[in-house]
Design a protein around this ligand. Structure first.
Ligand code: SAH
Length: 246
């Protein structure tokens, strides 16, 4: 009989990613992704972060809260292998695990206190909006950056195709920027050029896809040698305060 443990949530993520589809496979791949970790009471105090300003990155331990009730399997098909081959669950970073624990390294942009709320602004996360955080630790280059390490079946993804915008989408991106002072274009380019489609769709052209980024729905389709953003619909859902602040 193994032991079970209970953890206390220490924070929550505010992120540009409002749905799982389109989130990059690892942190650092989309450097335009901004967001924050809000420390929740009783951790909403600046002294718990004393000394962090001398670090550029943190490890974030989080809960895959949208996979909590899913069952896990001993072997899974990593998307990186085109869904063709199976690997052992502990040889992958899959979200469906016996314990739904995620681990990401993210860059720190700054720390902010607004009234009783404390935020760590972060860059490049692969985290869904509202993800629960259970721990934060500084990234230690001497221990954590292993230049000689082998990346197994998951080397750095290559950018597949360029992303282009229809005239309508460009106009909509401009008016989005005027409304929210946020430039969606570089974020969209980075997110879609990763080709977020599941592997069984990767070869297909002409299907319509939609990605929710902040409060906008980005509609795009795969062409022969590029991805085309056709429309940007907004506002979708509630205007997250982070749309204004981040
Ligand atoms: N860097 C982390 C996550 C890798 S898996 C780790 O290695 O543990 C990355 C995928 O996690 C993303 O593509 C996204 O779809 C998924 N994801 C991110 N936040 C999530 C959440 N709160 N619940 C479920 N899935 C999430």
């Amino acid at each position: 009989m193994t032991s079970t443990f209970q953890f206390q949530q220490i924070g929550v993520v505010h992120s540009c990613y409002k749905q799982k589809f389109g989130i990059p496979r690892q942190p650092g791949l989309v450097t335009e992704a901004s967001g924050s970790i809000e420390l929740l009471p009783p951790f909403n105090r600046l002294d718990v972060l004393d000394g962090l300003d001398d670090f550029s990155h943190i490890w974030v331990h989080f809960i895959f809260h949208e996979c909590m009730n899913d069952t896990w399997k001993a072997k899974i098909r990593p998307p990186r292998l085109g869904g063709k081959e199976k690997m052992g669950i502990f040889a992958t970073r899959a979200t469906h695990r016996p314990n739904p624990l995620g681990l990401s390294v993210v860059a720190i942009k700054g720390v902010r206190k607004e009234g009783k709320r404390v935020f760590i602004d972060i860059i490049g996360a692969d985290l869904l909006d509202q993800t629960p955080i259970v721990d934060i630790k500084p990234y230690l280059p001497y221990a954590d950056a292993l230049l000689e390490a082998k990346g197994g079946f998951a080397p750095l993804p290559t950018i597949l195709k360029p992303v282009m915008f229809s005239e309508l989408a460009l106009e909509q991106a401009n008016s989005y920027k005027e409304t929210y002072q946020r430039d969606l274009i570089p974020l969209i380019e980075q997110v879609i050029s990763q080709d977020p489609r599941p592997s069984y769709l990767a070869g297909l052209k002409g299907r319509d896809h939609g990605n929710l980024l902040w409060n906008a729905n980005i509609k795009w389709t795969a062409k022969e040698d590029h991805f085309l953003v056709t429309q940007i619909e907004f506002p979708i859902g509630e205007v997250d305060e982070q749309v204004k602040d981040a």
